[in-house]
Design a protein. Structure first.
Lengths: 562, 562
């Protein structure tokens, strides 16, 4: 018999086999792992009435090799055309590749791939090298009515890359991933849209040596998917980074785009402001690949001054105090924190475990002072900017927190959180090996409906037996914030999972939240768009769709409800 | 013989006669006046080689009564329909009213009205009282193909309200001017779009007593036309206020709109962010009445904290230093000033006269320290926000200014500037009485083309003999700013004036500036839109136009180049 305190499930530590299903659905770095810590593991066992025994045998692993035979629907002549455009080495008809670039990061896709269930896949994977190739491909597809899907980093959580209608998938991140110019004077960077976060950020952080600038810069946009998402993807899905309260969302950070559409190439200006009619740039923000392909981007950059960053953390007596303090900070006009994140009681409960605070002297002090488990709420934050600015933000945040009954936790929790900021998605695969699902759904709220949306959605999620529901708000505006729901369930039945997940989305919408704050809509929630926005707004999107893509070749199949 | 030092032209001090042309073109408050001071007067005489004698007799005054007979092109039945919708007291067929509400604030209109030249005027003026009336009118006009123009505050400087095709003019500011709700929690205000600046600001500044809120608020938007422009107008022309560097432009401040279009009513959400596809709200920003009529607006508001406002002013050795300092401030990440304004050498020369600084001890000190007339550049600013924030902004601005060779001028010039901030347009009429024209054209630039645009446009303006050209930048962004050109000429010939003005606009566009930073495009620069934005972007605007207004009844006749 194993000592209970010593048992540790065999969390996966090896990279997926080449050619396996797991190598397709595994998130991020093939050699990157994040395991549940002991406290989380114990919590999961107790929630789901599991024993160590249940963690001895993995339910699904997806280690099987992709060994399916699916014919491409493209003719030999058509395939030849693509070959001519990009060269033989940049197309692939292999089922593995076609499946890989047809897959995103929804749990449903993971569950299917673990079970070797393969649905529609791309008819051809194409890796274009430059604008003229993208243009030729789009023109050819438009004439021949071949659907075009775009794959950037593949981190879509709503079937954004899923080729519902087959056709070709263009992988933009393979070649079209360069920094073209750093403009220090204007503080902008011009990039090819397929560039991923770390590549861009690394170049900017070292702009002095890379581009002979007098300062180093930062891109300001750090979504959880940072490591495996592209600048183009950030823009067309309306992404939001973990420091958005200070730097703004992707929609604020993009200054200009060049887009290949079936109707032609559109290049917008990059003036910081102009009163020359409705901005065409704006209609591409959130267009999710349905109007065209963003191939080049002018992006705002900011000074890289990590030496000025301040960290802070607080514990509040309850959710209401944490929300009140956050609102006061957001509306306080002393500048906004960069990282700015409050966790509801259940998430705080897990957060204190994850950040190693539970059981420490801090924890004892908190309890002694009346910050009770499953009531107390964690707030973590940082401030970016000039030294005088970050210092003042921290001082003022402390004042507001204290006024709302918050206890200062030093910089410790924020510093504990920071290094693992992009790692949470890695947890998913360990748990799913044992049939435990972690999924996230998120929405945006105004201050005056935050509590209603939180309560109703949480109540609904918790009405499912043995369900963990963690919620945080992490993108703050003067007028409101977002709510990010994480639910953890033990579920092996795909249909049952889908039904539950769908009901949560619908509950969010019914409760008065938006369909998404920063994940986008995709093909998952597309069917709710008309209900959510109303017929009249949808007609505008359809008119734009018709203009850019009269033959409906761009990301067809329900994306955005179009 | 009059003592030269005592002669003062008889600047107009009486309000225009009721029913006169002057009562139509006179800007703003009928009893409001601003006269050139002695120093400016002397400067004008010397520039234009005039003597006191030339200021004894006014050239045109427009004091004649509007006594024209212009038939309405609407049929009696049609007029009856409008009467039914809004009531007899809310329509007018009188030529005076039809002319008045067909007129904006371009110099061309002023010159014509002074000469009793009347072009196309509205066929009927209608003052709708509520949404359902606007809706009925638009529906009726759509079916009967009657052009619809909207008049808000009438301060358009590019023929935005000019009814090129006749039809009806809806005056939105007569009745549809209420504050509907102040939402303290979300920090938003819901208003009818016809509300003017002072009315809104006054209600917000006194929200505690008006709406029982715990704080007072400000609308954050203070264009020079503040007193005679409407919230709806701010949005559809992409306006920018004098404190925009801190509060943002109108496009940033609007959160939601309700718009009556020929295709139906569209109401957008008012979430601070949402990732649910391209935002329909965005396409109405800058739509200049060509898609529909904005009737209701959710507007962001900020805390009213005048007690925290800091004032500062500097003189720089030259334009380049002033620009460099401004860029460093804009990119410094310590928070932006609210008022933020730099004047080029020629404007500084006049500014120092206007603010009463010329000839003072300050002036002597400046000269002593090497800040030379016609080289030196004035910078004035304020900071808004929390006390700790405004204090820090001022401190940091001082540091940057000093580093760039700026001499601190205390709060004096900014405080001198502030009370007259909305009054400059009043100067126009005094000077035009004597055939002197002041006109303004503006553009937006990036930091890296600011100097080129400034030099080329200024050179062009100055190539006209006896022409004063003052330039400032007053709306700052991390990536650039605007340039606001004021030219003063002695010109009585309408055609010559138009030719010159048109050439300046074209020069701005050719030099790499946008057609407008915050005045909009109107029917004046509409013809340049396709050249400026390119065919592909114009096609997008045309597709939207076609969707919202298939019969082209909304502000037809070249507005926005549509």
């Amino acid at each position: 018999m194993t000592d209970k305190n010593e048992f540790q499930p065999k969390w996966r530590e090896t990279e997926p086999k080449r050619g396996s299903f797991r190598s397709i659905f595994k998130y991020g770095d093939p050699k990157g792992f994040k395991h549940p810590n002991r406290r989380l593991f114990e919590e999961l066992k107790s929630t789901f009435n599991l024993t160590d025994e249940d963690f001895r045998k993995k339910e699904t692993t997806g280690d099987e090799l992709v060994d399916v035979k699916i014919d491409s629907n493209l003719s030999t002549d058509q395939i030849l055309e693509f070959k001519k455009i990009v060269g033989e080495e940049n197309i692939s008809l292999k089922e593995y590749d076609r499946l890989k670039f047809s897959s995103g990061q929804t749990l449903e896709e993971h569950m299917k791939l673990r079970r070797q269930l393969v649905g529609t896949i791309s008819d051809l994977v194409v890796h274009p090298r430059k604008k003229s190739e993208v243009q030729e491909i789009v023109n050819y597809c438009n004439v021949n009515k071949i659907p075009v899907y775009v794959y950037g980093g593949g981190s879509s959580v709503n079937f954004g890359v899923y080729p519902e209608k087959g056709g070709v998938t263009l992988v933009l991140s393979t070649h079209m991933n360069k920094v073209i110019e750093v403009n220090e004077t204007n503080q902008t960077v011009r990039v090819e849209a397929g560039i991923m976060g770390p590549h861009l950020e690394n170049i900017l952080n070292n702009a002095k040596s890379n581009f002979d600038t007098s300062k180093n810069f930062t891109c300001g946009h750090f979504p959880q998917s940072f490591e495996y998402s592209t600048v183009g993807g950030w823009i067309v899905t309306l992404g939001s980074g973990q420091q958005s309260s200070y730097y703004g969302d992707a929609a604020d950070l993009v200054l200009g785009v060049e887009v290949v559409t079936p109707t032609g190439i559109i290049k917008t200006y990059d003036f910081p402001a102009t009163a020359t009619g409705p901005k065409v740039l704006d209609v591409f923000k959130g267009s999710e690949g349905t109007f065209g392909i963003v191939i080049e981007v002018i992006w705002k950059i900011y000074r890289f001054m990590p030496e000025n960053r301040k960290y802070f953390g607080f514990i509040f007596k309850n959710w209401e105090s944490a929300v009140n303090a956050s609102r006061e900070i957001s509306q306080g006009e002393f500048g906004l924190p960069a990282v700015f994140r409050i966790s509801d009681p259940e998430e705080t409960h897990h957060g204190l475990k994850l950040y190693g605070i539970e059981g420490t002297a801090f924890d004892k002090l908190m309890k002694f002072r009346g910050y009770k488990p499953m009531e107390r709420c964690l707030f973590i934050g940082t401030s970016d900017g000039a030294a005088s600015f970050t210092k003042n933000v921290k001082q003022q945040v402390k004042k507001v927190a204290r006024k709302n009954g918050g206890m200062y936790l030093t910089s410790f929790p924020a510093k504990k959180w920071e290094p693992g900021r992009y790692r949470d998605p890695y947890l998913k695969e360990d748990l799913m090996d044992f049939g435990i699902l972690i999924d996230t759904l998120e929405t945006s709220v105004k201050w005056d409906n935050l509590h209603e949306v939180h309560q109703k959605v949480r109540e609904f999620i918790k009405s499912r037996p043995q369900t963990i529901c963690l919620t945080h708000a992490s993108h703050f505006y003067v007028q409101g914030t977002n709510l990010y729901f994480i639910f953890i369930i033990k579920e092996s039945d795909l249909k049952a999972y889908r039904k539950f997940q769908k009901s949560v989305i619908e509950k969010i919408e019914e409760s008065g939240g938006t369909l998404s704050h920063h994940h986008g809509v995709g093909k998952m929630a597309g069917y709710l768009m008309e209900k959510h926005l109303g017929k009249k707004q949808m007609e505008v999107l359809r008119a734009l769709k018709k203009h850019f893509d009269p033959n409906n070749i761009m990301n067809p199949g329900g994306q955005l409800g179009l």
